[in-house]
Design a protein around this ligand. Structure first.
Ligand code: HEM
Length: 482
């Protein structure tokens, strides 16, 4: 028998003592929420059905049990098997791999995510944010009132796509860009199929959209195969010269190509490299876009924190210099704001594990083999037992002493998961977020738009359902504004 509440969904108690079930079921009943109801999330029907399918699924909302599952009993649990439509979207890469194959890929790919390597991306990401800022500046100058309203949910896509393309393809950036542009179109088709998941077999029907997506899939495969063949065929010296051109950045494709001994068959076959590229595009682009979106919306809504963050940025980076890799670790207030954004609006609202065997948890609860455990990241992040009575409020100051001391339990903050399967891209996401926000704060004042409707929605990730319009006014002190 499974105990109620911390380990069951839906909870049969009313009201739910852990609060997590209330949150999730509440979300199903309401169309919109007000700004104050920050914990409200709308779960759309298809994702609801996928998540609560025939497999027994329990919700674990207790950090102590989460610690046990992620850290001390990690070997007894595995990442769950995603729905085939989700798999098609996310690729058959690191996120969905298991066992030895996962371990090999994780080992090979981890190197690219060390801070010393990622720091080489700072000038590239900085330039793409500055280009975006220049466009908004021009739009504001053209408008009569000197300000511009943009939907940041759309505009930030360019910044995150550029970053993930550089991380994946490095020196083959231009070819990679073409491949990822096709991947973006393919994902748009696939997410449409995801919405229609209720129609069984829909994705196999020869509809116009399906034909187009099959054709795109073939083109992506062809282009990537050509690109990999070209890179694999490069002499070692030639590779080094090329690496020098890209500032010595170690990219994911290069790491996979060089995983085996040179001149012997690669340890990672081409088909698997293709799947990894797909996975990184999926896992790295929209998650980070959503983080940028929520951080901007929150700063627009909280002018006092915006001002504090801006004065820190101006002190450390100056008014017009692009922030450097040395500046970023010193932007403490911005770091706190990013953590508080990840707490209130974690782009990945939950993660799932599947029990490989029957497992007895330390609180006496027996988890039968094949049970799926849903870790409701968002619900834990909003639980007043760990975060206090202001759990639903935006208060970056709670992170002043670091992430482990922000809540009453050190593991109540898990936006990137935990343990061996923790997000591999978290350093990259944090770097992009800090850099982007710092550049925007240098150049603009941000205001909430009257057109913004606060309606966080889950469609795999946590989105603003009606977009995220924000008003940007170029700062008169900034040279670009004149
Ligand atoms: C704000 C941005 C991001 C958030 C909130 C996020 C969140 C997560 C979460 C919750 C997990 C599951 C962890 C677990 O189950 O323990 C995960 C896994 C993963 N993430 Fe991220 N992620 C972000 C950005 C990125 C980026 C930029 C990349 C790639 C460049 C990336 C690649 C991955 C991969 C490959 C995995 C699977 C790791 C494995 O199973 O070994 N993520 N992420």
């Amino acid at each position: 028998a499974l105990p109620c509440c911390s380990l069951s969904f839906p909870c049969s108690c009313s009201p739910c003592p852990s609060g997590s079930c209330i949150q999730w079921s509440w979300a199903l009943d309401h169309e919109r929420s007000t700004w104050e109801e920050t914990s409200a999330v709308h779960i759309q029907r298809p994702s609801f059905l996928i998540w609560f399918g025939p497999t027994p699924r329990l919700t674990v909302a207790e950090p102590e049990l989460v610690r046990e599952i992620f850290l001390t009993r990690a070997e007894a649990f595995d990442r769950y098997e995603a729905h085939p439509v989700v798999r098609q979207l996310e690729g058959d890469g690191l996120v969905s791999l298991h066992g030895d194959k996962w371990a090999l890929h994780r080992r090979v790919l981890t190197d690219a995510f060390y801070p010393d390597n990622l720091n080489r991306l700072v000038p590239h990401v900085g330039r793409s944010v500055a280009a975006l800022a220049a466009k908004w500046n021009a739009m504001a100058a053209a408008a009569g009132n000197g300000e511009v309203e943009v939907d940041v949910a759309e505009w930030f896509q360019a910044v995150t796509e550029e970053a993930i393309t550089r991380v994946t393809f490095g020196r083959s950036y231009d070819d990679g860009r073409v491949v990822f542009a096709m991947q973006g179109r393919l994902m748009a088709y696939a997410s449409e199929a995801f919405r229609k998941v209720l129609v069984p077999g829909y994705r196999f029907l020869p509809t116009k959209k399906n034909w187009q997506s099959w054709k795109l899939g073939r083109e992506i495969r062809r282009s990537l195969t050509r690109l990999i063949a070209r890179r694999s065929g490069m002499a070692e010296e030639e590779e080094e010269v090329q690496a020098g051109h890209s500032g010595g950045f170690r990219d994911l494709l290069g790491a996979m190509i060089n995983a085996g001994e040179r001149k012997t068959p690669a340890a990672i076959p081409v088909a698997d490299m293709l799947e990894e590229c797909k996975t990184f595009f999926f896992a790295g682009k929209q998650t980070t876009t959503n983080l940028l979106v929520w951080a901007t919306v929150l700063l627009a809504m909280h002018p006092e924190w915006q001002e504090r963050a801006r004065s820190e940025v101006l002190d450390i980076c100056g008014p017009d210099e692009l922030p450097s890799k040395e500046h970023l670790p010193r932007l403490k207030t911005l770091g706190m704001i990013i953590n508080e954004t990840l707490r209130l609006y974690p782009p990945a609202v939950a993660t799932i594990r599947r029990a490989k065997t029957d497992v007895q948890l330390s609180d006496g609860c027996m988890i039968p083999r094949d049970t799926e455990l849903l870790i409701p990241i968002m619900a834990i992040h909003h639980d007043a037992r760990f975060w206090g009575p202001d759990a639903a409020q935006f208060n970056p100051a709670r992170f002043a002493g670091g992430t482990a001391r922000a809540a009453k339990h050190p593991l109540a903050f898990i936006p990137f998961g935990l343990g061996s399967r923790m997000c591999i891209g978290q350093n990259l996401a944090r770097l992009e977020a800090k850099l982007t926000m710092a550049i925007l704060l240098q150049r603009f004042e941000m205001k909430a738009s009257p057109n913004y409707i606060h309606a966080p929605t889950v469609l795999m990730l946590l989105y603003p359902q009606y977009g995220a319009p924000v008003i940007f006014r170029p700062r008169s002190a900034h040279p670009a504004a004149s």
